[in-house]
Design a protein. Sequence first.
Length: 423
Amino acid sequence: MSHGPMKQRAEFTHKHNLNSGRHGWLRLTPAYSVKLVSEILCHYDKAISVIDPFSGTGTSVLAAAEQEHSAIGVDINPFLVWLGNAKLAKYTPSDLATALAAVAKILRSEETFPAQPPSIHNIYRWWHPEVLSFLCKLRGQIRAIAKKHSKTANLLDVIFCQTIIKLSNAAFNHQSMSFADDKAEYAHTPEVCIECFRDNARIVLESLAPNPSGKGTVVLGDSKAALPGNGYDLLITSPPYPNRISYIRELRPYMYWLGYLKEAREAGELDWKAIGGTWGVATSRLTVWKPEPDMFLPVSLGEAVSAIHAANGMNGRLLAAYVHKYFCDMWRHFQTIKDKLKTGAKVVYIVGNSSFYGVMVPAEQIYAEMLDMAGFVNIRIETIRKRNSKKELFEYAVEADYATASPMGQIAAIGQAYAPTLF
Ligand SMILES: C[S@@+](CC[C@H](N)C(=O)[O-])C[C@H]1O[C@@H](n2cnc3c(N)ncnc32)[C@H](O)[C@@H]1O
């Protein structure tokens, strides 16, 4: 496919969210832009029912609720479920007053027991020892002041998340989070730490109003196994891409501090359940993974998997299994959505292609073939933006309409085409 002079278009990335009220509460590089979602939603002139099966930071659910629609998000990561619901909550003036009083109390720096530092690997790579002791004290104060799970605790935790990342040595100049080279940059004085907390409190509390006018919620679930509710008019989502980005890895500082992760092994277990997960055991288990025998294998997927497999010995075999499993999981997901949609409902998947050893994995085409096989009609692929200046990496919207039940009978036969030669 030729793309012409396609641009990187930052307005369609997470960067656009940073100045968009509650959408800017937490930075997740693979989050998509609220602008993208709003442009799709503005075609509906009456309230509709929306589902996002891979809701991440809750962009689609919040955008839909802000436009008076009702929306539900699903995510496999409990930290993101918490964050999504904190962003979607309706906050009253009295909630704001209570949160402001709590922030003021923390700034008066009353003595409390500091919390234990989290057991994240190589913690001083993240935080300078003095910054770490500030954060432990801050965590202890938040725990002492706000009742767990209260709105005040949620707001203080969002402020805390912003503070830990701004005071850390994390760098965001790559697709996934890395560390800055200049360690001096993260040796902040106590005054700078307190100022950072105060600033973040102001940013978060100023962005509370207005409340979203529609109803939105995020639930914990596995979107390749089951989805909640039914009768949705629109499914809009951005699933993980087949590019080995681990969301648990990206989110680990928050997850450790807030108690969603206690040890490294839990991270790998959660990533194994996630689509495209690749951390710890999630990679070692791939070495023995085998596709289910009745798996639908689109031709473009079979070709990509075979070429990656042939490209580079053991590593090629591992990456071929990674790509193959990713699409097996997506195929299972496509099976779960059909009876959840109204006839005529629209689905929009924002996805990027990827490349391993120079072999292109055309995720957009594979999605289109899978949606076709699952019984969707009017399948369209639109190129949204270029993702990377060097390689042929793009982001696409794959759209389709839901019409009738699928012609499942053909699936088993096609599934035999490539699998026996690979495993
Ligand atoms: C690209 S991110 C979504 C970003 C989102 N659009 C946003 O703006 O923040 C993909 C999400 O899918 C979630 N995920 C991965 N596997 C899942 C599964 N099996 N069921 C539900 N969610 C899953 C990940 O935890 C991650 O949050």
